[in-house]
Design a protein around this ligand. Structure first.
Ligand SMILES: NC(=O)c1ccc[n+]([C@@H]2O[C@H](COP(=O)([O-])OP(=O)(O)OC[C@H]3O[C@@H](n4cnc5c(N)ncnc54)[C@H](O)[C@@H]3O)[C@@H](O)[C@H]2O)c1
Length: 269
């Protein structure tokens, strides 16, 4: 496996997330948060003092992740919630859980995503729907469900997790490219639509990150990707979470409609 930052360096990265400005006491929803990038985002938000509802498909994985974060004794709070982001009713329930625990949600991270690796010629309609529904429909439903609370609160910040694959081709993963490109386009459209309401909408586009999503990939694919990455390594989930937390924070108060690429230089070549 390609080189990664040492473990103690990751602990420092995690600790730094607590410095994000203006998130203490805020109510946040994060999807796809039982592991990987989403879980790192939740840890960062709780470190910064937010009340977070940690959403994912499986109730037990959510509960386990929330219990571990809670046990770290960070300043904020975390509550687990089972949610399928493709289901509007599940979103309504998710938002109600957030309001009940922490008041009107003013922070939203649409992070849930699934990787489909088939190309344009081989992908089935079912596989297309699976990939596009989680990333594109899920991101739209999330924004549509939570924005009314942001209107009531008079402010809000949303980060949608896209991918470098939303911007460049790879010769495979056709639906994933389409879904992530749509996430970036919806981010810009929502940013313009919601700017006057004091709601900022941005995207983060990671390169290759070490998470459960990438640990199942063929060795050669990962090795080739890292070789094509100018920084010659994968990101840690905390390096992506740091970009998400910046965009949610008051330090990004004039930033909306942008797509922050966090890829070690991959897309710059
Ligand atoms: N890991 C990478 O290299 C990488 C690169 C670019 C973008 N991303 C994106 O980052 C995000 C997080 O991915 P990750 O790498 O942490 O992978 P991950 O597989 O660890 O996390 C994705 C999570 O989404 C959840 N999920 C899937 N379908 C869902 C649904 N219908 N409703 C609710 N939750 C659902 C999964 O259970 C999982 O916990 C994804 O959107 C992914 O596409 C990842």
């Amino acid at each position: 496996r390609p080189a990664q930052l040492p473990h103690d360096e990751q602990a420092v990265q995690q600790e730094r997330l607590g410095g994000a400005v203006g998130l203490a006491g805020r109510c946040a929803l994060v999807t796809g948060a039982a592991g990987g990038i989403g879980r790192a985002v939740v840890t960062g938000l709780v470190s910064a003092g937010a009340g977070v509802v940690l959403g994912d498909l499986d109730r037990d994985r959510c509960a386990a992740a929330a219990a571990e974060i809670e046990a770290a004794g960070l300043p904020g709070r975390v509550v687990p919630a089972e949610v399928d982001v493709t289901d509007p009713n599940a979103w309504s329930k998710f938002a109600r859980t957030a309001r009940r625990h922490f008041g009107y949600p003013t922070l939203l991270v649409n992070n849930a995503g699934v990787l489909g690796r088939q190309g344009l010629e081989t992908i089935t309609a079912d596989e297309w729907d699976r990939v596009v529904n989680v990333s594109q429909r899920g991101t739209w439903l999330g924004m549509q469900t939570v924005v009314p609370s942001m209107h009531l609160a008079g402010r809000g910040a949303i980060v949608n997790v896209s991918s470098v694959f939303g911007q460049i081709g790879s010769g495979a993963a056709f639906a994933y490219h389409g879904a992530k490109g749509a996430v970036a386009a919806m981010t810009r459209a929502a940013a313009v639509e919601l700017a006057r309401a004091g709601i900022r909408v941005n995207a983060v586009s990671p390169g290759m990150v070490r998470t459960p999503m990438t640990t199942g990939l063929p060795e050669q694919f990962v090795t080739d990707f890292v070789a094509a990455t100018p920084m010659r390594r994968m990101a840690t989930p905390y390096e992506i979470a740091a970009a998400v937390l910046f965009l949610l924070s008051d330090d990004a108060s004039f930033v909306t409609g942008t797509d922050l690429i966090v890829d070690g230089g991959y897309a710059a070549r």
